[in-house]
Design a protein around this ligand. Structure first.
Ligand SMILES: NC(=O)c1ccc[n+]([C@@H]2O[C@H](COP(=O)([O-])OP(=O)(O)OC[C@H]3O[C@@H](n4cnc5c(N)ncnc54)[C@H](O)[C@@H]3O)[C@@H](O)[C@H]2O)c1
Length: 267
């Protein structure tokens, strides 16, 4: 039995993942700014609810510590709270909305991982899943700031995976297409009119559990409607060449940061 902390647990993916974890016997602590909604899900599941704004560093640290105390440890962390931006970056730019989106979509994940790592280390390892989006893997002209935030989450996860491997802490990103939650309320009719299939929330929940349980780390788990969840295959970047135009061979091949260069050829 694991202990899970879920941000954005009052609705959507957070509430669904909580339901699926409780069903398999795990203990869940839900965090959200929506106090009534979060408490209702907690009451339904026999889970714990803690009110927390993920964009507030002190609140995140205090809430994560409290969540660890409630069940005597922490194993799974779902850094999932997120919002659409509500502004663009041309004449439709709005500084407050921009900062709010960054604060929740990116700071919320950074603060959440920072606060959870000591607790996971005390447990001897664990699994973090951060909700990015397909918007973290492709361009999103309809919400560029959201796309930037979600690419940042994917970048963070790709860096943290190898960095935290020695601590046996796995870190992966969940990257779904459009799914049946509150966040798509305003665009659902347009999506349906355009024939875009919408992912049922229970399918999304199962994909998150598979990311939690996977032995992968530093990966993006892509979920497209109608397809099984898959580990996204990033295109490798070409490695550096030396002055002669041959693949550069660093003195210490193990000194190449993961993903920064193609490994040197084996001769
Ligand atoms: N549904 C989709 O189509 C879709 C697709 C890709 C990614 N996502 C991402 O999934 C995540 C979850 O969203 P969802 O689809 O379940 O939508 P949702 O609106 O149902 O859930 C988001 C939850 O986050 C909470 N929240 C918002 N601001 C918060 C804050 N400052 N502190 C704590 N909690 C806060 C909300 O109260 C809500 O309960 C988000 O990160 C979103 O960007 C959603």
């Amino acid at each position: 039995m694991s202990v899970a902390l879920i941000t954005g647990g009052a609705s959507g993916f957070g509430a669904e993942v909580a339901r699926q974890l409780v069903r398999r016997g795990d203990s869940v602590v839900l965090c959200d700014i929506d106090e009534a909604g979060g408490q209702a899900v907690a009451d339904e599941l026999g889970a714990t609810f803690l009110c927390c704004d993920v964009s507030d560093y002190e609140q995140v640290v205090a809430t994560t510590n409290a969540a660890e105390e409630v069940h005597g440890g922490l194993d799974l962390v779902f850094l999932n709270a997120g919002i659409s931006t509500g502004c663009g970056i041309a004449e439709d730019f709005d500084l407050q909305k921009y900062r709010r989106a960054n604060g929740i979509n990116l700071d919320g994940v950074v603060f959440g991982a920072h606060a959870a790592i000591p607790a996971l280390r005390r447990r001897g390892g664990g699994s973090i899943v951060a909700t990015a989006s397909m918007a973290g893997l492709t361009g999103t002209p309809f919400d560029p700031v959201y796309g930037a935030n979600k690419h940042a989450v994917v970048g963070l996860v790709r860096a943290l995976g190898p960095a935290l491997a020695p601590d046996l802490i796995r870190v992966n990103a969940f990257c779904p297409g459009f799914a049946e939650t509150k966040i798509i309320t305003d665009i659902k009719a347009t999506l349906q009119d355009s024939g875009v299939p919408i992912i049922p929330v229970d399918v999304a929940g199962r994909a998150v559990l598979s990311a939690f349980d996977s032995s992968e780390t530093g990966q993006a788990f892509l979920l497209q409607a109608g397809r099984d969840v898959m580990v996204y295959n990033f295109r490798g970047i070409p490695g550096p060449l030396d002055e002669s135009g041959n693949p550069a061979r660093p003195a210490d091949p193990t000194g190449i940061p993961t993903g920064m260069a193609e490994p040197p050829p084996v001769t």
